[in-house]
Design a binder for this molecule. Structure first.
Ligand code: ADP
Ligand code: MN
Length: 324
């Protein structure tokens, strides 16, 4: 299987990729993130069918498929030992040849023209593994951004360039802060770090309203986002966990044709499809979605209570999105 750089990326480091068909997302493995996903997967085995959709953490994270290292498949090795040896040698000579990758569901798969936003949750941005230097740095980032004041911060967003000027915006034109990329506007992490409790609201307004969707469709996205945040909040109340620097990833469809095709029927939360007919091509049918991502600094903390830092972020975000 071949991989290419991730097409619709909101934020984050280099190294995120997707499969050519778009269905899989891969990023370099970190031990802690792999641990999070394997623990979560073990928990999935022990639940009955009666669980309420949205009540478990695995309803809110990308599907985890496993890990992968670049290499030559068994199949090719058997069919064509010579070519396969040459390929393996060339792979081995690459600088990052030992790199393992986490294989996840690509959340933008199925969307024709997505807008994507990455919002980092919490006011504590370091864990006990951080160096003294990093602790200092992260404290500064928190106290000088909405991470500190609101417990959430926009890390980045990639939205359609609707050509609309949003008249209800106060202050300077936000779009000037964007980089143009084809028909999209890309806002980087410095944009998010520069936002205040006032202007972050405008940025969210730009994300949810600065598109060419009809008001009715914008309402559907907003209402479902609000409902999801409420369900996620309740779900997190059942977990004793610390999710340092995890993000919410929110995506919605801008392609009118796809809205029509699906008769404006968005899916609130995906049912987990447990391998029905794998011969049938599976295309997700959501018009918008919300997931938690990025668990490189997440760990379960039995006996230590909820992650208040994250919960407050979700609650504050919910509050502002309800005003949009
Ligand atoms: P990093 O450790 O670099 O911050 P993230 O896990 O936050 O890595 O991913 C970086 C970016 O990649 C996110 O901002 C998001 O746009 C995208 N991304 C992350 N996970 C997925 C996924 N499962 N499907 C699609 N896009 C994803
Ligand atoms: Mn991230």
């Amino acid at each position: 299987m071949s991989f290419i750089p991730l097409e619709h990326k909101a934020a984050g480091h280099e190294g995120a990729m997707q499969s050519v068909d778009g269905s899989l997302f891969i990023k370099p493995v970190s031990k802690q993130e792999l641990e999070f996903y394997t623990t979560m997967q073990a928990q999935m085995q022990n639940v009955d069918d009666e669980i309420e959709l949205g009540s478990k953490l695995f309803h809110w994270v990308p599907i985890f498929y496993g890990t992968m290292s670049p290499g030559v498949s068994e199949e090719l090795r058997e069919k064509n030992p010579e070519v396969s040896k040459e390929l393996q040698d060339s792979l081995d000579s690459q600088p990052d040849s030992g790199q393992q990758y986490l294989v996840l569901e690509n959340l933008v798969y199925g969307f024709k023209n997505p807008s994507v936003i990455d919002i980092k949750l919490g006011n504590v941005l370091y864990d006990e593994n951080a160096t003294e230097d990093k602790v200092e740095r992260m404290k500064k980032v928190s106290s000088s951004t909405t991470s500190g004041s609101l417990h959430y911060r926009i890390c980045g967003m990639r939205i359609v360039d609707s050509g609309k000027s949003l008249t209800n915006f106060e202050g300077p034109d936000m779009k000037k802060a964007a980089r143009k990329d084809h028909n999209h506007l890309v806002f980087d992490k410095n944009f998010g770090k520069g936002l205040t409790p006032n202007s972050v609201k405008d940025a969210l307004l730009l994300f949810f309203r600065g598109n060419n969707l009809s008001p009715k469709r914008q309402e559907i996205v907003l209402e479902n986002t609000i409902r999801r945040l409420q369900l996620l909040y309740n779900c997190l109340l059942d977990y004793e966990i610390r999710m340092v620097s995890a993000s919410l990833l929110m995506i919605y469809e801008n392609d009118e044709g796809r809205w029509e095709e699906l008769d404006n029927q968005d899916i609130l939360i995906n049912e987990i499809e447990i391998d029905e007919d794998s011969s049938e091509e599976y295309l997700p049918r959501a018009l918008s979605l919300l997931r938690l991502i990025d668990f490189a600094h997440t760990k379960y903390t039995p006996g230590k209570g909820n992650d208040e830092s994250i919960l407050t972020g979700v609650k504050n975000l919910l509050g502002v999105i309800q005003t949009l």
